[in-house]
Design a protein around this ligand. Structure first.
Ligand code: 5AD
Ligand code: SF4
Length: 509
């Protein structure tokens, strides 16, 4: 179903639902609550591409004299969605502000990946209540992944009446209509399409910086790992057309951006949904590497779809960085099977071997979940041994968090929380040890750093990242900001490097 069909069907669809009765007493206006069941269904309908996004005449000037504030939780996809929403606000005439007290519209762009991410948002909603009481005209909105969950929308309806708008990840381009509805209505405005939206091009964007930029290459995820809420909150996989992506990258390069990160929940599935062309991530990277931009990355990869062609293209180097984030989740084939990751420990190790063979300088980072339901001590130890065998540079590590509506949430779990916490600590000790060791290897080396500006803790020190995403702090002229400079590493910490800027370098690592 594409956007037009969906808008036509709205009334019928919501009337079909039993749950509607629960909601109807709270509001009468825009009504589209989320449904995990609908979100799970993968439609055969072709995704429609819209290239004609424009702010409709009736909404122009809506933001005159008004300010917006967006707080973003979660991943880079959310950060980038915030850039799009900020772009829409500016196009409507709003001004940005960085304090909630000063804002006329406050949006929380939320993350649903783990329970603690959700708790933070509910905490923040509680904090905003007195502000809304002092200033009833301020509009408060919840968007992002949490708004795609029925349980969250129910909880907001019951406990957070000061929320004015809830809209989903597929409804961002409808922000002008949703704001308009919220100004007109005293009721809570809810618009969450559980089935994915179309691909909307030409959305306005206000990028966070002038050095690094994100570019969406695809939306959604069809992998349905059993622990993960993303396929429900972000919809089915749908790829942007290569020409639109390449044009955006070229435009960013012309604007002076130095680093571009291609974004998708499962970037290795890029292009699988095209019916008219055979074109994958390897083909896309092979085109984009020809664009005059210093660094190109992509995130996040799924090992299952990481094909030989992509490895071959990445091995061409140049502006394609030799750092690959390759989430493994577990080192046990049995756990991977129950997670529905669709690869074994051996297959993962074989992929790593192929990558290292083709790109000998490649550094790998990963994501790991400990304490998946019924994970045994032996299975956990397989994760530790895989970590050591691969020799990851670093990892994001998590305790498994049950997500309502996912298959894993229904599994009996015999692993007590204390055991999960202890496993996380044990894993983190290994991660830290490896990170410190990898960092130590840089001492005395000269690295290329993309300077982002003053360091967080000391305005006299500059900070930037290497191609392998290592944070480097060093003394140098402020004019180096936004430039690639050579820095000799003098000391290593667990998570960062210290160095001195050098003019000329014989060898750059
Ligand atoms: N519990 C814990 N961690 C999770 N992740 C995804 N879902 C869950 C969950 N239910 C982790 C995975 C993923 C990363 C973005 O978040 O490791 O790669
Ligand atoms: Fe979630 Fe990533 Fe698995 Fe997709 S591939 S279901 S986003 S963990």
């Amino acid at each position: 179903m594409n956007e037009e069909q969906r808008l036509e069907n709205t009334q019928v669809k919501s009337a079909d639902k039993k749950s509607e009765k629960d909601y109807s007493k709270y509001f009468q206006t825009v009504y589209m609550p989320p449904s995990l069941k609908d979100a799970k269904a993968r439609g055969k309908e072709t995704v429609a591409y819209h290239k004609d996004f424009a702010i409709s005449e009736e909404f122009r000037g809506m933001g005159q004299g008004r300010k917006f504030y967006i707080r973003t939780y979660g991943c880079q996809m959310n950060e980038h969605d915030t850039e799009v929403m900020a772009g829409i606000f500016l196009a409507l005439g709003y001004e940005p502000t960085n304090t909630v007290e000063d804002a006329n519209v406050i949006l929380l762009n939320t993350c649903a990946i783990r329970e603690n991410a959700e708790n933070k948002v509910f905490g923040e909603l509680g904090h905003l209540k007195p502000l809304k009481q002092r200033n009833p005209d301020v509009l408060i909105g919840v968007c992002g992944c949490m708004s795609q969950e029925e349980s969250v929308v129910n909880k907001i309806l019951q406990k957070h009446h000061h929320v004015d708008m809830i809209f989903g990840t597929h409804n961002i381009h409808r922000l002008p209509n949703i704001l308009n509805e919220a100004y007109l209505s005293k009721e809570m405005v809810i618009e969450v399409w559980s089935k994915e939206g179309d691909v909307i091009e030409n959305l306005p964007k206000v990028r966070k910086g002038e050095i690094k930029a994100w570019v969406n290459i695809m939306y959604g995820c069809d992998k349905f790992c059993t622990y993960c809420i993303v396929p429900y909150t972000r919809g089915k996989e749908r790829s942007r057309r290569p020409e639109d992506i390449i044009q955006e990258v070229r435009h960013l390069a012309a604007q002076g951006y130095k680093e571009i990160t291609l974004l998708g929940q499962n970037v290795n599935a890029y292009g699988k949904d095209f019916e008219d062309i055979k074109y994958g991530l390897g083909d896309l990277m092979d085109e984009i590497r020809k664009v005059d931009v210093a660094r190109i990355r992509f995130t996040t990869s799924h090992p299952r779809d990481f094909d030989d062609h992509l490895i071959e293209v990445l091995a061409k180097g140049g502006n394609l960085v030799d750092h690959i984030h390759l989430p493994v989740q577990s080192g046990s084939s049995d756990v991977l099977k129950i997670m529905a990751r669709k690869y074994t420990r051996e297959q993962y190790l074989e992929l790593v071997r192929k990558i290292k063979e083709a790109i000998p300088t490649a550094s790998l980072t990963t994501d790991i979940i400990v304490g998946f339901p019924n994970e045994t001590e032996e299975q956990f130890e397989e994760t530790i041994s895989l970590y050591k065998e691969v020799g990851f540079d670093s990892a994001y590590t998590f305790i498994y968090s049950p997500r309502e509506g996912t298959p894993a949430a229904k599994m009996q779990d015999n692993v007590p929380m204390e055991v999960k916490k202890a496993r996380l600590q044990r894993l983190n000790a290994v991660v830290n040890e490896f990170s410190a060791q990898k960092m130590q290897e840089y001492v005395g080396q000269v690295v290329e750093v993309l300077v982002e500006g003053e360091s967080k803790n000391n305005p006299d020190v500059l900070a930037g990242y290497t191609a392998k995403s290592k944070l480097v702090n060093f003394r140098g002229p402020k004019s180096a900001t936004g430039q690639l400079v050579k820095v000799k590493i003098t000391a290593a910490k667990t998570w960062s490097l210290n160095g001195e800027m050098v003019e000329e370098a014989a060898e750059v690592k």
